[in-house]
Design a protein around this ligand. Structure first.
Ligand SMILES: C[S@@+](CC[C@H](N)C(=O)[O-])C[C@H]1O[C@@H](n2cnc3c(N)ncnc32)[C@H](O)[C@@H]1O
Length: 237
């Protein structure tokens, strides 16, 4: 599973939309672990979709669909919730993927997406600091040896690494959903193991972030630079 903070966020964002009859779709599911853990805790059915699954996906107890997120072979209004964890930055056209999520979601469905923000120079994929700021072609070239080193297949970085600005993600989501909420503030409230290094880091920034998030302008500023913005989108058009 992804980090416990993200797991908590997914669970809280999905709990209102999912029950035992619901269908959860994970786009770019890779090994299927996130979807299968969420589906198990909620007790619902999960579909995992990816262009290139890891071998472990076969054991994840979900229905697997090998396809591109931009052209999903799923009917309109057929899933109750969609998650996409660290995928927009790998997809040639995340705007088309977002349009597809709105098409396959039911009217009261929810789409929870988490992806790196191009405004943040750090990177969680083992690439050098500053990688997100490089032009795409140069980033592609730099990515190759790292992907080889980490055993990542050709398709994983089909078009290499191109994180999207959070303002762009919000705009693209807003074109297809009536409601788009930036929910990263919940990261601050997560109840985690305090000995965890990331958590200690988070604690250090908790107070200033809390202050910033208290005003609309402050929240927009935090959203613009937040390393991994979380968006909860509802009311697909
Ligand atoms: C960084 S991994 C994230 C995997 C998983 N969501 C997680 O958080 O552990 C990105 C995944 O996106 C998948 N992917 C890349 N391009 C895609 C596309 N066009 N459609 C669907 N999945 C894609 C890759 O195959 C890979 O499994």
């Amino acid at each position: 599973m992804t980090s416990p903070v993200f797991k908590q966020l997914y669970e809280s964002a999905l709990s209102d939309s999912l029950d035992e009859d619901a269908v959860l779709l994970d786009i770019g599911a890779k090994d299927g672990k996130i979807a299968s853990e969420l589906a198990e805790s909620i007790g619902c059915r999960a579909i995992v979709l990816d262009i290139d699954f890891d071998d472990e996906a076969a054991a994840c107890n979900c229905d697997a669909v090998q396809a591109e997120g931009e052209t999903m072979p799923l009917p309109d209004n057929s899933v109750d919730a969609i998650i996409s964890n660290m995928v927009f930055e790998h997809v040639p056209d995340e705007k088309r993927l977002i349009a597809e999520t709105a098409r396959v979601l039911t009217d009261d469905g929810v789409f929870v997406s988490i992806c790196p923000n191009r405004a943040w120079p750090g990177d969680g994929h083992g690439y050098p600091f500053g990688m997100p700021w490089l032009p795409k072609a140069l980033g592609n070239r730099i990515a190759k040896p790292y992907d080889k080193q980490y055993g990542r297949g050709e398709k994983w970085y089909q078009v290499a690494y191109h994180p999207v600005w959070s303002v762009t993600v919000r705009r693209e989501l807003s074109e297809h959903f009536d409601s788009v909420e930036f929910r990263s503030a919940e990261l601050l409230e997560a109840d985690l193991d305090r000995s965890n290094t990331n958590q200690r880091l988070l604690d250090t920034f908790a107070k200033p972030l809390e202050l910033a998030l208290a005003s609309d302008a402050g929240e927009r500023l935090v959203e613009a630079v937040f390393p991994t913005p979380v968006y909860v989108s509802t009311k697909p058009r």
